[in-house]
Design a protein around this ligand. Sequence first.
Ligand SMILES: C[S@@+](CC[C@H](N)C(=O)[O-])C[C@H]1O[C@@H](n2cnc3c(N)ncnc32)[C@H](O)[C@@H]1O
Length: 215
Amino acid sequence: MSASFDRIARPYRTLEYLTLGHTLERTRLCFLPHLLPARHALILGDGDGRFIAEMLNENSSLTTTAIDISAEMLRLLRQRCSRYSDRLRTEQANAVTWSPAAGEFYDLVVTHFFLDCLNQGEVDRLVTRLAPHLTPGARWLVSDFRIPDGALRWPARALVRALYLAFRILTGLETTRLPDHAAALEAAGLRRTEQRLLLGGILTTELWQRDDNRS
Ligand SMILES: C[S@@+](CC[C@H](N)C(=O)[O-])C[C@H]1O[C@@H](n2cnc3c(N)ncnc32)[C@H](O)[C@@H]1O
């Protein structure tokens, strides 16, 4: 059974602010200024479209393709981005099985708090399938929860466990542990060029780049 995020689409923003304040928002926007050179972006699981709206507003040369499994999330996303509809394509699909059309290339992929909805095998397959559709030097912006070393290790574990439990109850999400996105991206020939840690290292936002100088 796949998860259904339709039910939480409308209250999603409020629930986020009530639980974590504006920390996730700050995390998503950390590298926004770095994305100005992007021209064709693929955004997976953007939810209600807050990040895409910011990106389209900041970068008038950008066209975007947004994939989400939830019809309701996509409806909110299109509503929020209505001013930019000529530069936005949306498709309701499971990103794990979706493929770009032949000859379709992206210089930016964005996955904010999305890969942690998937298990390791799904993340591996998704990255492997998208890698041939990245332009040389393409970048991948990823934000996710992480378990830091040190004193916050156990509180972080408890928080992540509680969030997975909440998503299981609210959406039917079956994933129970954070996948290792770094392993998948490295295996596909990308390398991390930037990283910011927030909330004592419980949140990470990272820029990865296709490494075209690999021997
Ligand atoms: C936890 S929310 C994250 C939303 C937003 N990116 C953020 O930063 O808060 C996960 C989003 O991914 C979507 N999603 C979950 N699994 C998916 C899948 N397999 N394929 C496409 N979208 C999916 C959900 O509908 C939701 O919009």
